[in-house]
Write a protein that binds this ligand. Sequence first.
Ligand code: NDP
Length: 479
Amino acid sequence: MAELFRNFIAGEWVAGATASVNRNPSDTADVVGEYAQADAAQAKAAIAAAKRAFPAWSTGSIQERANILEKVGAEILARKDELGTLLSREEGKTLPEGIGEAARAGQIFRFFAGEVVRMAGEKVASVRPGVDVEVTREPLGVIGLITPWNFPIAIPAWKIAPALAYGNTVVCKPADLAPGCAWAIAEILSRAGLPPGVFNLAMGRGSVVGEALVNDPDVTALSFTGSVSTGRGIAAKAIARMAKVQLEMGGKNPLVVLDDADLPTAVNVAVQGSYYSTGQRCTASSRLIVTAGIHDRFVAAVADKLSTLRVDNALLTGTDIGPVVDASQLDIDLKYLEIGKGEGARLVTGGERLQRATDGYYLSPALFSEAGNAMRIAREEIFGPVACVIRAKDYDEALAIANDTEFGLSAGIVTTSLKHATHFKRHAQAGMVMVNVPTAGVDYHVPFGGRKGSSYGPREQGRYAAEFFTTVKTAYTAA
Ligand code: NDP
């Protein structure tokens, strides 16, 4: 019998209405655990607990809040190897990637521990004599956090930490596919000294627990990361009841490679950004837009590099790329490989289903060339180890292709030209721009988010997180 991991509601560990089995995508015989699945009534109980806890928490000691967040961050950092191993086991990222993500979650908690005591308002002169004006930030209330499977510890951390830091109470619903890391954060929070109800974990289906959060009038604000279609549905319902909402969704991120690029840098940036974490990153560079003078050398060098990467069990030393997360994502990846071939792109390398010592969802990293930006493989997010090369005649055409997408999360360029790097930083239509570094891989203390179809609402992370997790008050006092 696998261990049952329970929900955390009103300071108590409670079994769900049902449970779901969390399996290791590197080895489907390995069961990580059974995780409670809340029903609508349990989700409602979590929201009610968060509502009851809000008045005291939101007006309580900021030193206490800072201490708790610091303690959580320190424990996550101290246990990063163990938590990173859990992450790799349930999601399929390689061990170094899993440990790196766990460490990042710890750093995020520590960052927001500091932000608690750095929060400041403004005192400004009134245009009316004898009146003082103050502008302050206040917490919102109960926040519903809905997170995806692909960053199962970092994304819950970058929503939970600021939500609590700014004085809100929380109900967190992690992805059903990889709830183990969010459960581990909840377990650490449960021992950190939080009053009951300030933080609640309600695992379960999006269509049940997620919907309950989205539709409940006691949930003041919703922070969501996931797919475009789910995000749009959540936004429509949240706005209909005037709830504050923040969405981080998909990407079809371009990486422009110019003739003057250093070829080894271009290859490393492309391979790291497109294929590491099995390409399952919203910031992955899935469109490689390459100017004519370097095109053929770049395609050959990327293909060579891909042939040296080891695709295997995420927990093995030496694995570069772990498995795809589950059978249905693997089907999607394979379907897009057929679509790409059918559209006339050339499959240069990869795209093969691989067998390894353990039964998992292994796919060799796939590179298409001769792709057009109108093709579905260049327009739709695949979310797997699949990238396509689009040829451009010069920088201007490459920039136009880079911006010709409904998404706008991350955009990169590899060049030695200051002129083109500077122009690209200004004119790439994306929330994050990268020069000679991969489109994926960001710092924890600066804003994260995109434009166009990728994001909606204020940015996450860094000091900018206050925009979403607080509301502004303007107070006038007759002197
Ligand atoms: P989904 O949109 O399928 O799920 C995200 C979360 O929403 C899950 O917790 C899911 O629950 C929940 N959910 C599903 N349906 C509903 C609903 N009707 N109401 C409320 N909640 C619901 O995305 P994935 O988990 O598959 O994640 C992959 C996607 O996330 C990719 O498209 C990727 O680009 C995007 N992403 C974006 C990032 C960004 O910051 N821009 C970062 C990481 C990922 P359940 O698990 O039960 O389905």
